[in-house]
Design a protein around this ligand. Structure first.
Ligand code: AP5
Length: 217
């Protein structure tokens, strides 16, 4: 199982990824999480990308493509993987296609912009694992604490409203064209293209999970 979760920032990709990866026993490859770890660890990569991430812009395609190629060559990706937040531009998608990385499914989670702004204001994250919560819609058992480790949850720097609006505009300009990219590919060459599924992402987390699982079954 090799799949892409496509959707705007805050559409619920990370939330659904947790359930899908558990079900199919595949690793979640979140380029955002990988970059945030690099920033936290103060690596050369982290220093390079910090400013652009905090402003809500996109990191350069070359950096991202190298990062992903290296990651999918690891042994835990032999039976598949889930891309969360990648590809995000046409050149990133082309790099997978031209590199012969066969994909089974693309799942688009579609959510209106205004819903996203309110979701991201209430998001809380466990930084070490990437587990995601929402203060109202998906609260941890104990407020402010991760369910598994009990460690303190944080708010991401790029979840401030002005940055979220910038991320949404970047999404519409650079990532939304991938919807047409994968739909056209599926229409023109269904044998080699991944199957395309669109899920309406407004509703309870469990209801969205059920729809995603149905699409993949
Ligand atoms: P990244 O970390 O990928 O962020 P993103 O795509 O903006 O996505 P998010 O993680 O913000 O949202 P999500 O869809 O995973 O939503 P979540 O499940 O958390 O990227 C960050 C930055 O890294 C980018 O801006 C860029 O700079 C850089 N970057 C990363 N990848 C890159 C790439 N490929 N190329 C270039 N640059 C790259 O849910 C959000 C909230 O909503 C949570 O609180 C959750 O609990 C809640 N929620 C989830 N589902 C529901 C529901 N159904 N109802 C109500 N609330 C819900």
């Amino acid at each position: 199982m090799r799949l892409i979760l496509l959707g705007a920032p805050g559409a619920g990709k990370g939330t659904q990824a947790q359930f899908i990866c558990e079900q199919f026993k595949i690793p979640q490859i979140s380029t955002g999480d990988m970059l945030r770890t690099a920033i936290k660890d103060g690596t050369e990569l982290g220093l390079k990308v910090k400013e652009i991430m905090n402003s809500g812009g996109l990191v350069s395609d070359d950096i991202i493509i190298d990062l992903v190629k290296e990651r999918i060559s690891q042994p835990d990706c032999e039976n598949g993987f889930l891309f969360d937040g990648f590809p995000r531009t046409i050149p990133q998608a082309d790099a997978m296609k031209e590199g012969g990385v066969k994909l089974d499914h693309v799942v688009e989670i579609a959510v209106p912009d205004e819903e996203i702004v309110s979701r991201l204001a209430g998001r809380r994250v466990h930084q070490a694992s990437g587990r995601v919560y929402h203060v109202d819609h998906n609260p941890p058992k104990e407020p402010g604490k991760d369910d598994v480790t009990g460690e303190t949850l944080i708010q991401r720097e790029d979840d401030q409203e002005s940055t979220v609006r910038n991320r949404l505009s970047v999404y519409h300009d650079q990532t939304a064209p991938l919807v047409e990219y994968y739909q056209q590919w599926a229409a023109q060459d269904p044998q080699s293209a991944p199957q395309y599924h669109r899920i309406e992402g407004v509703g309870s987390v469990t209801d969205i999970t059920r729809q995603v699982k149905e699409a993949l079954s």
